[in-house]
Ligand binder design. Structure first.
Ligand code: NAI
Length: 244
């Protein structure tokens, strides 16, 4: 019950890694607020774990601020912000429209910042922390994933910048960088027909199979826990050696 009495927001919690993360926080005693674009999915995850579910588009800064302020108003404090929501799109960079580029950046990178900005004063007050979900694509270049890779590299550097800036104020900021997790995001992924096979080889899984989302949730919850009280600015690969 290491999160007993703690209030946690998990974005992207209708599905995949976010859902597993909400379940793990709740199993370890947290009061969890599940936030997702898919409001019905967020409510379904919340119903299973005795938490609250809200509809939220993280790319909307006003909606993100409202959501964070509402949680603090209703629960009195915020202890952990877990930014998991994300989208994936593959294609040739020279065929990517401005709209497609902006959508990926606005959800995966700006969406993380939209949540962090209103959360920070509350996390300073509670001595809380932030855990972001980046990707192996934020650690090495992902061919056919220009916007995705750029967004996740941005999350890595946002994590490090904030870790340094807020270290003296007692707010830890960490990230996990998963590689190959069994979720709808990957199941629905499509690649252009004419990709160079050897260029995408770096996406191949060392173990030959995807990790269950709970394997990412366990590392994320460790980073958010007091067991990791001396860890900040870490971007931990959870990829079974893909980027080693
Ligand atoms: P998923 O598709 O199962 O879950 C993503 C969730 O984010 C969905 O519930 C979706 O409704 C929500 N979402 C999308 N746009 C949103 C928005 N604008 N506002 C609020 N919620 C929104 O995918 P998965 O795999 O669980 O992805 C979670 C995170 O993990 C993402 O950031 C993804 O980039 C990252 N990741 C996933 C990997 C994988 O192999 N599955 C590998 C590396 C990183």
């Amino acid at each position: 019950m290491r999160f007993d009495g703690r209030v946690v927001i998990v974005t992207g919690s209708a599905s995949g890694i976010g859902q597993a993360t909400a379940q793990r926080f709740a199993a370890d005693g947290a009061t969890v607020v599940c936030a997702d674009l898919n409001e019905a999915g967020a409510k379904a995850t919340a119903a299973d774990i005795g938490g609250a579910g809200i509809g939220l588009d993280v790319s909307d800064p006003d909606a993100a601020t409202d959501a964070v302020e509402r949680v603090v108003r209703e629960h009195g404090h915020l202890d952990v912000l877990a930014n998991v929501a994300g989208i994936l799109q593959f294609g040739h960079a020279d065929e990517l429209s401005a709209e497609e580029w902006n959508r990926v950046i606005s959800v995966n990178l700006t969406g993380v910042f939209n949540m962090i900005r209103p959360a920070l004063p509350n996390l300073v007050a509670s001595g809380g922390n932030i855990v972001n979900v980046a990707s192996t694509s934020g650690l090495h270049g992902q061919p056919y994933g220009a916007a995705y890779s750029a967004s996740k590299g941005g999350v890595v550097m946002l994590t490090r910048a904030l870790a340094v800036e807020y270290a003296k104020k007692g707010v830890r900021v960490n990230a996990v960088c998963p590689g190959g997790v069994d979720t709808p995001l990957v199941a629905n992924m499509t690649m252009p027909d004419d990709v160079e096979g050897f260029l995408v080889a770096r996406m191949e899984l060392v173990r030959g199979h995807f990790a269950p989302p709970s394997d990412i949730a366990s590392v994320l919850c460790f980073l958010a826990s007091d067991d990791a009280r001396n860890v900040t600015g870490a971007c931990v690969p959870v990829d079974y050696g893909m980027t080693a």
